[in-house]
Design a protein. Structure first.
Length: 362
C-alpha cells in the first residue's frame, strides 16, 4: 500500500501510488456471474492517481475490463464472512465503460485497449449493484482509509433488521430509490462503441427518443427538457474524459458557468416577477384611490354646473330688468321733450299775439 522512497527512506503519499490490485473470487452483476478459476482471473484495481475503479476480467480467453470514475461510485459496503470470504458491494450512479484487450500494432509486448460493448449480457448497463467476493482480509483498513480520502463512501455492514436478517446499505438504498440507482441515466447511456462519432450519433438518437417519450417541450421553460439535457451533458463529459481529461475539465467549468448564468437569470426573472406583482398591487391601490377622487370630482363638477346655471338665470333676469327700466326712462325722456317743445311753441304763439294787439292808452 505505502511506497518507500529508496533515496531517503521516506514513505511516499499513498494517493500517489500507481494502483492497488485485489484478486476477486467471484463477481456478480444482476443475473451474470463469473467465478475465478485462478488467482488473477478477476482483479479489482484502485487507480488512486487517476481516480478510477477498474474490474479486470479474463473472459473467453480475452482480457476485458470495466472502468468507472470515483465520482460515479454512489456507495460501497463491506461485510465480513468470517473464514470463508469477504463480501464487497459497489453501488454505481451510472454504468461503467467497457474495454477489451487488443494486440499492439507494432508487435511488441505493449497491450492496448479499445472500447467494446457490454460483455456481461447487458447486466452491467442496467444493474447498479456489483457484488464481489474476496479472500478474508483482502480489503484492509488501509484500503478503507484511502477510499475515504478519495471520496468513496464505505459502510461496514452489520445492522440487523427486525426479522433478524442482515440489512445491507445497498438493499436500503435500492428500497429507498425504488430500483437501480442509474435506471434513469441508463436510458441515456449506451455501452461505448469503437468510435466516438458513433457514440455521439447513438446519444443524439437516444436524446430525441427520450424527449418524445417524456413529452418534453422543445421551446419555452420545460423542467423535463432541462433534466434530460443535464444528463446528456454529464454523459458527454464522461465520454470525453476517457480520451481528453483536460477537455472534460473545461466542459465541467463551462457547465458550472452555464448553471451560474442560468441561476442568475432565474434570480433576475424571480426579482422581475416580484417587482411586477408589487407594482401591480400598487397600481390597483392607486386605481382605487383615483376612482374615489374621480367620483368626488364628478360630484363637485355637477354642483358647479348647477351653480353656473343658477348664475346664468340670474344674469338673464337682471338683463331683462335693466332693459325694462331703460325703456321706461326712454318714454319719460320723450314726454319731457314733447312737453318742452309744446311749451316753447305756446310761448312763441303768445309773443306773436302780444305783438299783433296794441295796448290801449291809459
Amino acid at each position: 500500500m505505502s511506497g518507500i522512497d529508496a533515496a531517503d527512506g521516506m514513505i511516499s503519499d499513498p494517493s500517489e501510488t500507481s494502483a492497488d490490485h485485489i484478486p476477486v473470487k467471484k463477481l456478480t452483476i444482476g443475473s451474470w456471474n463469473l467465478a475465478a478459476k485462478y488467482d488473477e482471473t478477476i482483479l479489482l484495481s484502485f487507480y488512486w492517481a487517476e481516480r478510477k475503479l477498474v474490474w479486470e476480467v479474463l473472459h473467453l480467453g480475452v482480457v476485458r475490463k470495466m472502468e468507472v470514475d470515483f465520482e460515479d461510485v454512489e456507495q460501497t459496503s463491506l461485510a465480513s464472512g468470517g473464514e470463508e470470504h469477504d463480501r464487497f458491494v459497489i453501488e454505481l450512479q451510472r454504468p461503467p465503460r467497457f474495454f477489451k484487450e487488443t494486440p499492439s500494432s507494432a508487435g511488441g509486448e505493449e497491450v492496448n485497449y479499445v472500447y467494446t460493448t457490454d460483455f456481461t449480457s447487458g447486466q452491467a448497463s442496467t444493474e447498479s449493484r456489483h457484488v464481489l467476493l474476496f479472500e478474508p482480509g483482502a480489503i484492509s483498513r488501509d484500503h478503507a482509509k484511502l477510499m475515504s480520502q478519495h471520496g468513496i463512501r464505505l459502510v461496514m455492514e452489520g445492522e440487523r433488521s427486525r426479522g433478524g436478517g442482515l440489512v445491507t446499505a445497498s438493499s436500503r438504498l435500492e428500497r429507498g430509490l425504488g430500483g437501480p440507482i442509474h435506471a434513469t441515466s441508463a436510458a441515456l447511456r449506451q455501452p461505448p462503441t469503437s468510435t466516438p462519432r458513433l457514440d455521439a450519433i447513438i446519444l443524439k438518437d437516444t436524446l430525441s427518443r427520450e424527449m418524445r417519450e417524456r413529452q418534453a417541450r422543445y421551446t419555452g421553460i420545460c423542467p423535463v427538457r432541462e433534466r434530460i439535457y443535464a444528463k446528456v451533458f454529464d454523459e458527454l463529459i464522461a465520454s470525453i474524459s476517457r480520451n481528453a481529461g483536460k477537455r472534460a475539465g473545461l466542459l465541467r467549468r463551462v457547465g458550472a458557468e452555464a448553471r451560474m448564468t442560468i441561476d442568475a437569470y432565474r434570480t433576475v426573472f424571480e426579482s422581475s416577477i416580484e417587482f411586477g406583482s408589487r407594482k401591480l398591487q400598487q397600481a390597483v391601490q392607486t386605481k382605487g384611490d383615483l376612482e374615489g377622487q374621480i367620483a368626488a370630482l364628478d360630484v363637485e363638477i355637477s354642483a358647479l354646473k348647477a351653480k353656473v346655471l343658477d348664475m346664468q338665470n340670474l344674469c338673464e333676469s337682471l338683463e331683462h330688468r335693466a332693459e325694462q327700466k331703460a325703456k321706461v326712462y326712454e318714454v319719460k325722456d320723450k314726454e319731457e321733450v314733447d312737453l318742452a317743445t309744446e311749451k316753447q311753441q305756446l310761448e312763441d304763439l303768445l309773443a306773436v299775439l302780444r305783438l299783433s294787439k296794441p295796448e290801449k292808452p291809459k
